[in-house]
Write a protein that binds this ligand. Structure first.
Ligand code: ZLS
Ligand code: CA
Ligand code: ZN
Length: 387
């Protein structure tokens, strides 16, 4: 069994509902739920399922979704069908921003309630102490707002899961390594000091979605608000490399944990920060992406591990399968097991760690001096929290 055993001293739970994987956003849409099928096939082929507690979570109820989202928005998602044309000529928009990026497709409500249900299930396993690391690769949809869809996200499962964790935990640290800014989570907890949000992302106000997440975007400007200095952002340029990304991540996350002293960590592992991603623009390899997960795990705090973006499916699946192995502390062979279903889908790259092709590389626009200034900016914010 590839030498994969249950980890000693802690439990990893894996929350996955296969009904999610059949969903389609539409023919040209970059978000492909079947990347989850590919991920699970690799996880199973390595035998990692024997080292974890597996759950097929139920869908979240409308009532559970309304813990964050406004009632009329949830009612709309429940009702709406692809045939409905909900264009509002007055505001010249579609209802609740459901168009293009966030289309209405068959089974949309089912899809939303399933990924949200999985994140809630995972959070509950942590608060029950039935699990120390809970994984939901179908979650991590960080752009959804209280009253509207945004950037391929309809329900903010992260906010719902954090609200669940806050019933039992005084301080939650949210870390987001998706290439996009985690704006929906930041906005939801903007004015509280019980959640610290920290997003690493490509930042370009005019050219890259969603255009928020500057270094000086740190919470309410009024220092009397508890949320002041509790939203942290790490704006990056194209082409960041493995060693730079790992060092930056560690140099920032270490002092955040030391200063804020969270009692639980939520890690959004969006895989569009990998090199070769269809929408991303970094040169980060799977080992370096995984090094972030391994680094967070070392704090030995309960951890909720979520997916997010990731638009080159074969790389997403490899990264999340590898990160699953890091969570259980298993060493996996770098070659995919020969009996991996869909192995033909990986072409000539039958390794977990494909080399970034030179044609996929972005010119690195992140100088050493720039990255040092970003670390200094974060340290400056943390100084406000030392009382
Ligand atoms: O973080 O850049 C945008 C917004 C637009 C350009 C695209 N058009 C369709 C709408 C207006 C300014 N949207 C981004 C959203 C990225 C969301 C990332 C989610 C996450 O990874 C978490 C899951 C965007 N980038 C690329 C597209 N949208 C996009 C590309 C291709 C298509 C096909 C389907 C739809 C319309 C044509 C679409 C969107
Ligand atoms: Ca991010
Ligand atoms: Zn993204």
């Amino acid at each position: 069994n590839n030498g994969i055993r249950r980890p000693k001293g802690y439990v990893v739970s894996y929350h996955a509902n296969p009904d999610m994987e059949k969903m389609h956003f539409g023919p040209k849409h970059p978000m492909k739920p079947w990347r989850l099928t590919l991920t699970n096939k690799i996880v199973l082929a390595y035998g990692m399922h024997e080292a974890m507690d597996l759950y097929i979570p139920r869908a979240a109820t409308p009532q559970e979704l309304k813990e964050f989202h406004r009632e009329d928005y949830i009612d709309f998602l429940q009702r709406v069908t692809p045939a409905d044309n909900t264009w509002d000529p007055e505001s010249r928009t579609y209802a609740y921003n459901t168009a293009d990026d966030c289309p209405i497709f068959d089974g949309l409500y089912n899809y939303c309630s399933l990924y949200a249900g999985a994140s809630l299930d995972a959070a509950r396993k942590l608060t029950n102490h039935q699990s120390q690391i809970a994984i939901n690769w179908s979650g991590g949809l960080h752009h959804a707002k209280k009253t509207e869809a945004s950037g391929f996200c309809y329900i903010n499962d992260i906010v719902l899961a954090i609200l669940q964790l806050l019933l039992h935990h005084p301080r939650v640290l949210y870390i987001d390594i998706d290439v996009h800014h985690g704006d929906g989570v930041e906005q939801a907890f903007w004015s509280t000091d019980r959640v610290m949000t920290l997003s690493f992302h490509k930042y370009d106000r005019a050219e890259f979605f969603p255009g928020t997440g500057a270094l000086d975007d740190t919470g309410p400007l009024n220092n009397a608000s508890p949320g002041a200095h509790h939203s942290l952002n790490v704006p990056l340029h194209d082409g960041i490399e493995d060693d730079q990304y790992i060092k930056l991540f560690q140099d920032i996350v270490r002092p955040c944990v030391r200063t804020y002293q969270p009692t639980v960590i939520v890690l959004q592992c969006g895989a569009d920060s990998l090199g070769g991603d269809r929408l991303g623009c970094f040169n980060v390899n799977i080992k370096a992406h995984g090094a972030c997960v391994a680094f967070v795990k070392k704090f030995n705090l309960p951890m909720l591990v979520l997916g997010g973006g990731g638009y080159t499916a074969r790389n997403v699946a490899k990264a999340w399968a590898y990160e699953t192995s890091l969570c259980i502390g298993a060493e996996v062979h770098p070659n995919l097991p020969v009996h991996t279903p869909y192995l033909e889908h990986f072409g000539n790259e039958k390794t977990l760690f494909p080399k970034l092709d030179s044609t996929e590389r972005y010119a690195n626009k992140n100088s050493r001096v720039y990255l040092e200034s970003v670390v200094m900016g974060i340290m400056e914010q943390l100084r406000y929290l030392q009382g």
